[in-house]
Structures are given as C-alpha cells and as structure tokens.
Design a protein around this ligand. Sequence first.
Ligand SMILES: [Zn+2]
Length: 505
Amino acid sequence: MKKAIAYLRFSSLQQAKGDSARRQKKLIDEWLIHNPDYYLDPVTYEDMGLSAWRGHHAVRGAFAVFMVAVEQGLVGHGTVLLIESLDRLSREKIGEATGRLRAVLEAGIDVVTLSDNVRYTRGSLDDPFAIIRAILIAQRANEESEMKSRRMRAAWAEKRKAAAAGIIMTTKCPYWLKVNDARDGFDVLEERAEVIRSVFRMRLEGMSFVRISCALNAQGKENLKGKVSQWNSSSIERLVRKKAVIGYLVPSHQCTATEAEEIPDYYPPIMSEEDFARAQLMYREPESRRDGNFNPYLINIFRGLMRCGMCGHAIILTGISVKGYGYYVCSMRRQNRCEAVTIRRDLTDRYLINGLVQEASAANGRVSAEDTLRRLTARHLQLTGSLHNVIRAIEIAPDVTELCERAKSLSGEIKRLEGEMAGVRQMSDCATAADLNLLDISDRRACQLTASSLIREIRMHTGSKTCDVFLNNGMRIYNFPLARQVSWSSILDAMAYLGEEEIYM
Ligand SMILES: [Zn+2]
C-alpha cells in the first residue's frame, strides 16, 4: 500500500475552534475512501495558528518539518501529500510558493488538492497548464488574504484615528453607557453607573470581591449582562480593573499586539481617576488569607500578567510548595489544547524579580525622586533670591517692620523646603537599597503591586526559557531570559543607545 500524508493548516485559533479542522479531515477521509490503495500516515502535519501567507509556516511550522523530512529522503517516492487547496500551501509570494510546490514534486511526492481533487505530479512540472493553474490559484489566494488583511488594518486604523478624535467606533459600549441619538457621544445611564460606583466604594472600604458580589446580589442588582442577582467575584474583579469607568477605550488583547493604543477621554468617566487608581492598589487576596499560617508562596507575584506565547491564554501556577517550588503552565495544556511546556517557578521568579521588577521599579523611583528634587531645588533658588532682595530692601528702607515679617516667613519656607528635600533624598536611597524578603507576606504583596503597576503583560516562551515583557510605560523587551541574570541598566543603556522603545535580547 502507498502512503498518504495529510497537511492541515489553520490560519488562526478561532478557525481551529470552528469547523475548519473538521472540514479538512472530512475531505481527507473521503479521498481515502476513493483511493483504497493508500493508507494515511499516522503522522499528520498540522500548523495551528500560523498565518500562512507571509510564508511563516514554511520557516517555523509543521511544513518546515515536512520539508526537512522530504530533504532527508524520509518521505518515499509515490507518497501523496494531501492538502485542502494550494492556498493552504502557498499564501505567500508566488515565486516562493511555486518553488515549494516544485521542490515537493521533484522529490517524487505527489500533491493532491482535495477541494478540487487535482493531482500534481512530477510530470506536472512539464505540463505548463498545470503549473499555470497552480500559480493562478496561489496568486488568487495570496491576493485575497493580502487584500483582506490590508483592508482590515486600514479600516481599524481609520476607526482608531476617528476614535482618538472623539468619534464613536462601534455602537458597542460599556453597560452603563449608551450611544446618544446624534451618535456622536455617549449618555450615562445613571442608575447603572451608580451600581458601578457602589462597587468601587465597597472595594475602597476593603471589602473582598466575594462580599461585594454577595451584597449586590442581596440588593437584587443587575450585573453587566443585565441579569438580576448574578454577580460573582470574578465579574467584580474584572469590573474593578476596567479603565472604561475613567473614560478609556482599551483595545482588545488582539489589537494591542498590532500596537493600537488605548484612547483616553473616549467615554464619559463615571469614576475619578484617583479613586480608580486607589482601587487598583487594594490587596487582591481575601481577608481570610491574611493570617500567620498563610504560605507566602500562595501569592503569585505575576498573577494575571503572564500569557502563553504559543496560544495566548493565561499562564497559571501549579504545584505550589512551602519552599517556593512549582511550575508555570499554560491553562490550555490540561485540556490538551496547547503544547507549551511547563517552566520552573523558582527560577522564573528569581530572574524576573531580581532582573526586572526590583531594578526597574528602583530606576523608576530614582527618576521620580530626581524630578521632585529638581522641582524643589528650583523653588529653593527662587525663595533664597527673594529673601536676598528683601534683606537688601531692609538695609535702605525707612520702615522695616513689614519687610522683616516678609523675611521671616521666607526663611521659614526655605527651611521647610530643605527638610522636604532631605526627605526625598533619603527615600530615594531607600528605594534603591530595598531588600525584598520574598518569604514575607507584606513584601510579596508589595512586590506584586509593583509588578502589576510596572508590567502590562509577560508573554512566556517556556520552550526557549524566555519571555517578552511589555511594560506599562510602553517599553517592550523581547526574549528576556528566564535562565540567566541580566542587568536592567544594560537594557536601559541599549535602549537609550538605539533610541528605541523596544529591544530584542
Ligand atoms: Zn498555551
């Protein structure tokens, strides 16, 4: 019997979830029924979530693995490669795509496109019609996806630009708002906004997410989907973090990857920025955990910040021990929906905390202390200048009582200022020298707060033991190592030297 090899490709995870996989598998089954002298090789080449049209799949995906097998002669003559259509193989520049098809055919492997049931063989290389047909199909696929992607990008860029100028992007908006009749702004639905405000008030009083949800359910309040008394702790937690309450339009996770920025003043704010910021700083653990027997390692310093570099889902912590061991693992792995390997928690934490969180926050602390000092010094100069003027006036003026009062108040103000400056200097020294005790619960919480105020996302590449770090200040660090120490100052120096906000390590 002859061998058939299946190559499946999904351009996105959404597609994989949908019926794309089922459709491609069904076509393969049908082909096997009509070609009983072939058996399907148990090794299937599947590219999940790689967009094919830039040729990525040929470089780093399953197709590359297949090509290596072909080059090493592991795929025998007369084998058939089954693909849905040539665009599965070739959404990229025509030359490369036909080159790829040619390489497969020249190795004596036939290619069958299942959607139109055309078989390409080595003989097709001599048949100009077959090759032209292949080129046309590939070209059409290429143009379609090129156009689709360009059109999508253009449309969203326009919408974002308009949104930044205050024009409404879509009619979808937060639950407590509605698009006004003129469609050029939002009206606040006061009753709903008041529920949101009450959530923040309770949070700021120190109530846990669970207690807040219970309180709202007891009062029979509608949740954000309009359902009565169906609040739960995670919906409260998400709500408390929503920047829409202070007027920000935050692009979805997918958009942030293409560098869309959040847009302030897009919605009418229903909360003050100050209260919102304070709510972010509240402890995240329920009160019950704040006792002496609590294992400090239950506090995940990078909670909510880590995402899987392979599938984009959240990274969770497993196997937490009293000694701080355990693993970070993709939440999809347990369901066999992601193949990202696990990575040791103790090492990851050490390199991220020492190399990034502490150093970066100390650097930030120094910067803000320097700013404050610069401002205070300028004021100090101004006051001493005035004092000198007053003293000179006293020397020549007939009536000095008023001037003496003025001199006294000026020198008092200068003294206060000098005290303040000394305080700032001392604090910035402390911030620099801060020695974190990771076994101490309050230190861990402080570190967690620092991490979440500093970092927007950590995209974990557990296989290569690296991660991409996206900071809230816009800095992006790619391939940050999780297996060796790097110095933060060298990263800053490199960035300053390159004049870039991002760096590949
Ligand atoms: Zn994953």
